[in-house]
Design a binder for this molecule. Structure first.
Ligand code: ZN
Length: 439
């Protein structure tokens, strides 16, 4: 199967020289980028690239996809009442059908907003993987592990059995990279963290964990163990070049050095951190010290979208104001954090438009007022672009979004199923949503 994307306005390659090519075409053969430049057919499918900019598909390195069902149920609340009164009661009623509905909605949202690879940590991860596989989306997925159990498992031993089974089942899948998801150092004991890190090392799988998200987490861990959350996780083997540390809002200087030494991938989630008032991660310091930093949205209950264009823009903006320095996190750095940096973390060659990389490509329509005049493609991508500019999305060389239309399932069906699943969770849990004045 050969696909030719012909005569693009620009191609943002994200190669080592960060070249932006004008008027180039892209040839994809059997899912892999065969050539970029002055390429011609004959091929099986031609996509007209005029009025379009091509970028590598965006990579969202932290999410809880099925939480699309909890979007907007409760906002503008303190973290603990929000969790205890709203989120946890609804989550306790989650069953595989809810997960299926919420994941399909999340995949549709991610694809329509230019994301081709999504990281996820949640319950019933086997169902999440099935939906991604059916809909042709790439994912790095981790089964959540919590000491007091999850909606899927009564206790942590059961969680471990599920996680092992999940990793074994999906390890050779072409679109899924399975891993372990120890939730956080305040919900998973140090001994359990040690066991997980040894297992992940043995079978070469990834680890996703929340680390140093709130000031309270860091002070609680310090009181209990006499050290920081990141330091504790490191002591029990969790940090490493196959680990994603989500949030990292409150690292100490010493912990920043640990993240660098271990080549841990940090997932910066600025929108969630702003919405839950967790704080502002010292990302410019992390970058300066050589830590690998990528971008994530977190779950849609705390964002409330999976929109990586918004995430890139917020990243480039908040660090300027927090440092009082407009040079902090330039547009190119924000784009690298959403493409080539997380791309290098995974086992596939993704995150760049170069020969030999997978055909994960997003095309944006630039014949809209906010792209004119087009002096700098990269600046526009971060500061001007809107996710609704996305017209075509290819994952592994297959067209998943064609001219704004999802090719894998009927969108209305996905919406209806998600509405039903969300209402069912509200009803079963007795949680009142924010909907007011509507019968
Ligand atoms: Zn999270």
């Amino acid at each position: 199967m050969e696909v030719l994307i012909k005569g693009l306005e620009y191609v943002v390659t994200q190669d080592d020289k960060r070249r932006v090519l004008r008027g180039a075409s892209i040839l994809i053969k059997d899912g892999e980028i065969e050539d970029v430049g002055d390429v011609k057919g004959p091929v099986d499918e031609v996509i007209d690239g005029s009025s379009m900019v091509a970028i590598p598909g965006l990579i969202n390195t932290h999410s809880h996809i099925p939480m699309t069902l909890l979007r907007g149920v409760a906002d503008d609340m303190d973290l603990f009442p929000w969790l205890q009164e709203k989120i946890w009661p609804m989550e306790s009623h989650l069953r595989p059908d809810h997960i299926r509905a919420g994941t399909a909605l999340g995949v549709l949202e991610a694809v329509r907003t230019g994301t081709t690879t999504i990281f996820d940590m949640y319950f019933f991860e086997d169902v999440v993987a099935e939906v991604l596989s059916d809909l042709g989306m790439r994912g790095a997925l981790s089964e959540a592990i919590i000491d007091f159990g999850t909606p899927e498992c009564k206790n942590v031993d059961e969680c471990m059995v599920l996680a092992d089974r999940f990793v074994q089942k999906w390890r050779d899948h072409p679109l899924i990279e399975p891993g372990y998801g120890p939730h956080a150092p305040y919900t998973v004991s140090p001994e359990r963290m040690r066991e997980i890190s040894e297992k992940a090392e043995d079978n070469g799988s990834t680890i996703q964990i929340h680390l140093a998200e709130t000031e309270k987490e860091v002070s609680d861990i310090k009181e209990k163990y006499g050290k920081g959350a990141i330091e504790l996780a490191h002591e029990y083997g969790i940090l490493g070049d196959r680990t994603v540390a989500a949030h990292v809002v409150w690292p100490s200087k010493m912990e920043i050095a640990l993240l660098r030494e271990t080549s841990t991938l940090v997932s910066h989630n600025p929108v969630s951190n702003l919405k839950l008032a967790s704080g502002i991660s010292p990302v410019p310091d992390l970058v300066e010290k050589g830590v690998r930093v990528s971008l994530g949205t977190d779950g849609p209950a705390s964002n409330n979208t999976l929109d990586m264009f918004e995430t890139m823009k917020v990243t480039a903006l908040i660090h300027k104001v927090s440092k009082r320095d407009p040079k902090a996190i330039p547009a190119q750095t924000a784009l690298d954090m959403a493409t080539r940096i997380p791309g290098d973390f995974l086992r596939w060659k993704i995150g760049r438009i170069c020969k030999g990389y997978r055909g994960d490509i997003v095309l944006l329509n630039v014949k809209v007022p906010w792209w004119v005049p087009l002096h700098s493609v990269v600046s526009h991508l971060v500061y001007s672009a809107r996710s609704t500019d996305v017209r075509h999305v290819l994952i592994d060389g297959k067209v998943i979004l064609r001219d704004g239309k999802f090719t894998k399932r009927d969108e209305e069906d996905i919406f209806a199923e998600a509405e039903r699943a969300s209402l069912d969770l509200l009803e079963k849990s007795g949680v009142k949503s924010l909907l007011k004045g509507v019968d």
